[in-house]
Design a protein around this ligand. Structure first.
Ligand code: AMP
Length: 432
């Protein structure tokens, strides 16, 4: 299937070709014709699947058809949970819109509002925004939502996790009832299902991947490790396997700062990115990481959304997330747009319940290994967690980049993962 079969205009096809896209991704193939036909859609698509183009391209096409007389009012609103995602959607949209006459702007908090207000005063067709700043500017009468005919709620699950339900409802009440609605979510909780009833009218469901599953091109594995040895294990893996780019997730801002400082002190360039950093510092950290000026980006979950780092080879869960859905979002940072990636989880004995919840959610047993010197079963057995599964004899072999097959629980880990077959693998037993 090629892009010209999707019913897109020559201006958009030219922009897509300029991006180097040759074939539409599955979500694009399914969603673009539906949106062009005017349907509301409810899409379960994970980051890295090309979902941004699946809604921005048809929006651009639909809006280009109407000629604007007089001052432009926003006709499409794209809501995202984080500033990073808003900035990324905006940048993608601008490149797809480059041969059209449509104008777009992005609105998010944490930065001076003046340039955003000025952009709105110039008149815009599409606004990409995070909910808080949008309402803020609305309340100051800097924009009207009366002309919105297309509304996108991107990463709806994350919106709810971040407590935006009230803001979303308020924003919906400010738009005309007659509009086309597109909702995207990687995971589907009961709360999300309730929200879809409030927003969508007879939506067509678009499922390009089973909900709550990890993208197939991501190989998943884990290391059992003592909590106190996690930093050393990370440094060992970075050096031993000569990683040149890895995104490492910590649960707390303090932990992220600490870890990043420790890595830096050992001569490995690293920077932390989290909610306490100014928007300027976050943008710079991400830009440095993308330009390979920084090898290790240490992040909290705020960074799990909206970071588009093409071909990111390694994602490390230094701490397992306590919300299992965050695991899916975190590892979606690798294996993007069909590229292969490795997601490595460090599992200390106190995290076994987190591991269990994640495995239940993704319906997959993450194969666990040990590296000699970083895990002491004796110590862990005091905690009642001494169940062996694999030992890599001191040297974990670099993760293979071959595509892993997503395995269902109960299959042998050797069918599923990435790290070379460890020596002395004990009979398959879970740790817990
Ligand atoms: P998204 O899931 O929208 O964040 O997109 C993930 C990445 O895939 C981005 O870097 C896009 O530029 C890229 N991408 C989107 N659509 C295509 C396509 N049809 N072919 C190749 N890359 C794409």
């Amino acid at each position: 299937m090629s892009f010209d079969k999707l019913g897109l205009s020559p201006d958009l096809l030219k922009a897509v070709a300029k991006q180097g896209y040759t074939t539409p991704t599955p979500i694009q193939e399914q969603a673009i014709p539906l949106v062009l036909a005017g349907s509301d859609i409810l899409a379960s698509a994970q980051t890295g699947t090309g979902k941004t183009a699946s809604f921005t391209l048809p929006i651009l096409q639909i809006l280009s058809k109407t000629e604007i007389k007089g001052r432009r009012q926003p006709r499409a609103l794209i809501l995202t949970p984080t500033r990073e995602l808003a900035a990324q959607v905006s940048s993608n949209l601008r490149s797809y819109a480059q041969f059209t006459k449509l104008k777009s702007t992005v609105i998010y908090g944490g930065v001076n509002q003046r340039p955003q207000v000025m952009a709105l005063q110039q008149g815009q067709d599409i606004v990409i925004a995070t909910p808080g700043r949008l309402l803020d500017l609305y309340n100051q009468r800097h924009l009207s939502l009366k002309s919105i005919s297309m509304f996108v709620l991107d990463e709806a699950d994350r919106m709810l996790d971040m407590g935006f339900l009230g803001d979303i409802k308020k924003i919906i009440s400010l738009m005309p009832g007659q509009r086309q609605n597109l909702m995207f979510s990687a995971t589907f909780t009961e709360e999300i299902k309730r929200l879809t009833k409030d927003i969508l009218h007879h939506p067509v469901k678009v499922d390009v991947s089973p909900p709550n599953s990890a993208v197939e091109s991501i190989s998943q594995m884990g290391f059992r490790v003592d909590k106190s040895k996690k930093k050393d294990l990370l440094v060992h893996l970075i050096n031993d396997q000569n990683w040149n780019q890895a995104l490492v997730f910590c649960r707390t801002k303090h932990g992220a700062n600490n870890l990043s400082e420790k890595i830096e002190s050992l001569g490995i360039s690293s920077v932390a990115i989290h909610g306490n950093k100014s928007q300027g510092a976050r943008t710079k950290a991400l830009a440095d990481f993308k330009r390979n000026k920084v090898r290790i980006l240490v992040a909290t979950d705020i960074a799990a959304r909206g970071l588009d780092i093409p071909l990111l080879p390694h994602v490390v869960n230094f701490d397992l997330p306590n919300i299992p859905e965050d695991y899916v979002h975190r590892i979606g940072r690798t294996g993007r747009a069909g590229a292969n990636g490795v997601a490595i989880s460090f599992v200390s004995p106190d995290e076994k319940n987190y591991l269990r919840s994640i495995e239940r959610l993704i319906d997959f047993n993450i194969p666990l290994e040990e590296v000699e010197g970083y895990y002491s079963p004796k110590m862990s057995s005091k905690n009642g967690n001494n169940r062996g599964e694999g030992k890599s004899g001191g040297k974990p072999t670099p993760a293979r980049s071959s595509k892993s097959t997503k395995g269902k629980k109960g299959k042998s880990p050797s069918h599923q993962t990435v790290a070379a077959k460890p020596k002395n693998r004990k009979p398959k037993k879970r740790w817990y």
